[in-house]
Design a protein around this ligand. Sequence first.
Ligand SMILES: [Zn+2]
Ligand SMILES: [Zn+2]
Length: 568
Amino acid sequence: MDLEILRHSASHIMAAAVKRLFPSAKLGIGPSISDGFYYDFDIADKTLTPQDLLKIEKQMKKIISANLPFERIEMKKAEAKKLLKKDKETYKLELLEGIPDETVSFYKCGDFIDLCRGPHLKSTGELKAFKLLSIAGAYWRGIEKNPMLQRIYGTAFETDTELKTHTTRLEEALKRDHRKLGPELDLFRIYHEEAGPGLVFYHPKGAELRFIIEDFLRREHKRRGYQNVIIPHIAKMKLWDTSGHTNYYKENMYFLDIDKQKYVLKPMNCPGHILIYKSKLHSYRELPIRYFELGTVYRYERSGVLHGLLRVRGFTQDDAHIFCTEEQLQDELLKVIDFAFEMLKTFGFEYEVDLSTRPDKYAGTEENWKHATNALIAALEAKKQSYNIDEGAGVFYGPKIDIKMKDALGRPWQGPTIQVDFNLPERFDMTYAASDGKKKRPVMIHRVVLGSMERFLGALIENYAGAFPLWLAPVQVELLTIADRHLKYANIVKEALEKEDLRVEISAGSEKIGAKIRSAQKMKIPYMLILGDKEESSNSVAVRSRSKGDIGVQSLEEFIGFLKKEMI
Ligand SMILES: [Zn+2]
Ligand SMILES: [Zn+2]
């Protein structure tokens, strides 16, 4: 059976059920999507609740057991218009206007009729396993000035077993949702009414986590011959005219007025790094030059597409630009690919690779594009790495390798990207002195090995379900005092652990020890040390692990050794 047909038919059955329960409901669209279906409704006097989903499911079951046939009815557009007008289906009328054909088709299912191209199941009885999942707001046609409709999401499968597997996975994904875990673990908050949407505020623990990752990144870059640079967040618009951004990337940029001049809040770091390169003459002997920066960029995204840490308006990239000779290109690409793979493995991700080719709007010559694309393909082939081609998904200045990280549930996340660029060196007239003394153009590689720090953090939280491995945990050890009189000993333990660069917190409140354990467990802290009279008098700690529970009493020294071993 075709799942798309099954799910699309399920959306019709759901719409029929909604119409029975809420006769004033006007229909939007009801397509099948990658793992289910939805239908949009305008129900003026009713806000749907999870309780309503149960009622709608019940009504759907009645329609299914009546085994009503899906009848196809064709009519002329004028006639269709009359019918939709009579039913006050204003949204469907708008859709009808957009259909170029003279004759249109409706599908009738009992007393429910819907403008639709089809195809559908033969009859409602063929739908065996379905579930309604959630309600969301959705602008009509995705345009923000249009009315907000109520969207019901559901899914359908051929068998109950498949449905059950899917819903269990959804529940697991929900538990790992970084939008839920982020605030729960006090890592960050994304939305402040006073600040505006899509802007991330890192709380101390979230900032700590970022610093752990960033320190690691800085070390790894240094080791691989990258140099740190830092550029300002704003620059004159002229710079972005030269780079082509004002021409190809305008919709995503923020403009400022300073001293009657137009400035841009940087959406990318490349032009800044190019200015640093251009600040002096370079010889072939210096290449490759690799500039690295944890660069924060700001990009306009419609408020409707903002999503947790994955789609935000301000984010930080672990960005680097490599300037090299043509002869060095292949070798540099291989190094970057290895670097990216190594990073993902370190953080527990599997990965797959896409090659994104030239988009519709592009800068530079076709020849340069071909050249750049071939360089990427050659590097992937040299690595014997399989890849999919993502047609037209490159950036305006060059093609790219996109590495998708796969988390513990096998879900893909956008991660590292590697781009080869012959265009910006030309636009900025970048040169180096070749061995024969002649001026030549360097090739430029743009690359991130984690991607956006925000998106990476979102993926990391969901990959580990918030229970970070010891080396990443913002708080590694929580000290739980049994009574106030143990606070002094707790401070001694804290100091000893901090001397070893461990991250420690004291839970000194007056709650019972059981409550303290529960709250440390809820914060997913890897180790808890329970400190009472016995521990204090023997200079020891009673150790509890987040995953294994009570693991016994150890001397402070033993415990430190034990943690160090786990972190290697
Ligand atoms: Zn249909
Ligand atoms: Zn760049």
